[in-house]
Design a protein around this ligand. Sequence first.
Ligand code: NAD
Length: 520
Amino acid sequence: MGMLATHAAATKSNGHANDRIKSYAPATGELLGEVPVMGPDAVRAAVDRARRAQVAWGALTVEDRCKRVLRFRDAIVDREEELTDLLSRETGKPLQEALVHEVSATATVATYFAKKGPEILAPRDVPLALLKHRKAVLHYVPRGVVACITPWNFPFYMPFRDIFLALIAGNAVVLKPSEVTPLIALKAKDLWDQCGMPADLFQVVTGYGPTGAAVIDAGVNFVVFTGGVATGRRVAAACGERLIPCVMELGGKAPLVVCRDADVELAARGAVFGGFSNAGQVCISVERVYAHKDVADALTKRMTELTKGLRVGDPSSRSVDVGAIIFPKQIEVAEDHIKDAVSKGAKVLAGGKRVQSTGQFFEPTLLGDCNHSMTVMTEEIFGPIVPIMKVDSDEEAVRLANQSHLGLNAYVFTKDRDYGERIAQRIEAGSVLVNDVLTNGGCPETPFGGIKQSGFGRVMGDDSLREMCDVRHVNVERVGIGSDNPMWFPYSDKGLSLARKATKLLFGGGGLLKKLANIV
Ligand code: NAD
């Protein structure tokens, strides 16, 4: 664990402008590279350059922007092996995860929005119920400079999930990647420059929290923040202070409800994959399992077998299922959760401790006999631990699933799809999947985001592309009513009596408004 100390020290710097960040491979301890810590002046200069570049980009048609975005997507796909290799080394995740959950998921988002962008952003006529003599049209205009402040768990997909949308909407982008995984962001920037994209339109500013704070302070027009709840509060406050609109993608505590009639094999496999994929460092990881008492024993037995069968280790080896812990502090967090749970009666069914090696590894850990007195059931884990709690009924499972300050994703397993859908509608979360886990994280068609302290606003889904724009409502007369408008100054008895008659006519028994506008 010598590596732990080095990496932790590297992430604990004071953030002065002349500092450097060293990025180490969490699986091997190898030093992969260094990046500068950018101070407020450098950040402001980057935002200014982006703002200047946005003018020409924003003036292109949406179709042209989409074509250019696809050029960048093609470069990503062409250089997939290079990107996947660096991703796997910088995060310690298996190559298959780096490819499927990051590079390929990014290409999916780019492809969907490049195809649908022109339609989603096309001006929209809004039929007016009353003012039929006028025409209202909504135009989606670029906001200007969009800041993406991102975490370390999906250091390629998470930024680009939002960057592609910001670009298609006509904005410039300033990315502040996590200090834990800065190299992949710079690699993406190189690729951007090499494939002939407008260099200044996409900027990467490296550093710690203060660099992110400086981005907000530099006068960006929209912020998409993905990270922890505590940081999210600070970022939202900074945006509020400056009245900058923002989206907050924060933590999760996804429950997985295994109903009485569930397919045990499917639920066990889903829970194990959803809990240990990316070593559990996913905001939508399965973080707690509520198992109906009729299936709990069989489920626990099968999950224990599956968890014990997972191969943990250096992701450069093809035969690894669970890679390294990216951020060393998460190992201590995992240990604290397990200690707390065991002291309150939980049983360690598999794993339970860090792996003695030069890399940062933790055994995939399954805990049985859990309850809500334990932090592992109530606080975000963000590591490879899955706690199981036996419940008396599906109702109890729903009640406990909703007993959380977080509400990002949730999962329900049942053989009865209609029943599953009804249960899903009662779970307080941004997304609920029936008989599946994680997949909505990479589904561009549907909105992704949380409720409660998991944040607000949505990324992905057609509305999120519009959200990257200011809405400009342009309103034009179809038929002129002249300058003698009785509703304008000067007010008069004639105007008042007309308004009275109109109010009765529209909302009274005759319901003219209803007829005019087909509304009640
Ligand atoms: P974090 O909150 O520590 O950091 C996120 C980013 O914010 C980093 O780039 C960091 O440098 C920056 N930052 C820190 N202080 C800042 C400040 N004052 N102003 C501006 N920027 C600042 O999060 P993390 O540890 O990198 O990531 C883990 C967390 O992210 C987990 O809680 C996880 O659930 C969450 N997450 C959420 C989603 C989602 O889509 N909802 C996705 C992935 C991760």
